[in-house]
Design a protein around this ligand. Structure first.
Ligand SMILES: [Zn+2]
Ligand SMILES: [Zn+2]
Length: 180
């Protein structure tokens, strides 16, 4: 089961869209989880960004540890040591993933914004299931350094990544396979 949590009050329609799209991509139960505000202590005041790994650990300690994956959609921006910013972060060990929406809004209308969030969601969920980064630039598991990279990739897994997921026993549906 994947529980989609709403952090810092992103639009309800965004959460519904993600739940729906994940349900089309995976043969696993997807549920809408709780909605909460992140403690302000996780904000690095010198750069006004969340410390990504700390939020991830906190979320896993507070809500994880059960038979489910936690995916948090965060209204906000974050970084990890060594990177100016991150679009998302995931840990297969903690079965937890986060996607940060702020930078995905850049020059985007509603449709493009939803698409970008979904791509980052599919990417981080792929990490939780055990996938690494993929050299195929159209594959959703390719690493995104910028918003251009996000727009260049599709929301689907290339055949390689798709097969890996199936081999790991993940019920990924044909809809999530990149056919080109
Ligand atoms: Zn990644
Ligand atoms: Zn791939």
């Amino acid at each position: 089961m994947i529980e989609v949590m709403s952090l810092n009050n992103p639009l309800d329609s965004l959460i519904d869209y993600i739940v729906d799209a994940l349900q089309k991509a995976f043969g696993i139960k997807i549920v809408k989880g709780i909605s909460l505000y992140l403690p302000e202590g996780f904000i690095d005041l010198s750069r006004l960004q969340y410390r990504g790994s700390e939020v991830l650990r906190w979320m896993s300690e507070s809500y994880g540890g059960k038979d489910r994956i936690f995916l948090g959609i965060v209204e906000g921006d974050a970084y990890v040591e060594g990177l100016d910013f991150i679009f998302g972060i995931a840990s297969p060990a903690l079965k937890t993933a986060l996607v940060f929406t702020s930078r995905l809004r850049y020059l985007a209308d509603e449709k493009l914004f939803l698409e970008r969030v979904l791509k980052e969601v599919m990417h981080e969920v792929g990490h939780v299931f055990g996938l690494s980064h993929c050299p195929n630039r159209r594959c959703v598991m390719s690493f995104s350094n910028s918003i251009l990279d996000v727009d260049r990739k599709s929301r689907r897994y290339c055949l390689n990544c798709f097969r890996k997921l199936r081999n790991l026993g993940i019920k990924v549906r044909d809809d999530a396979l990149l056919r080109e």
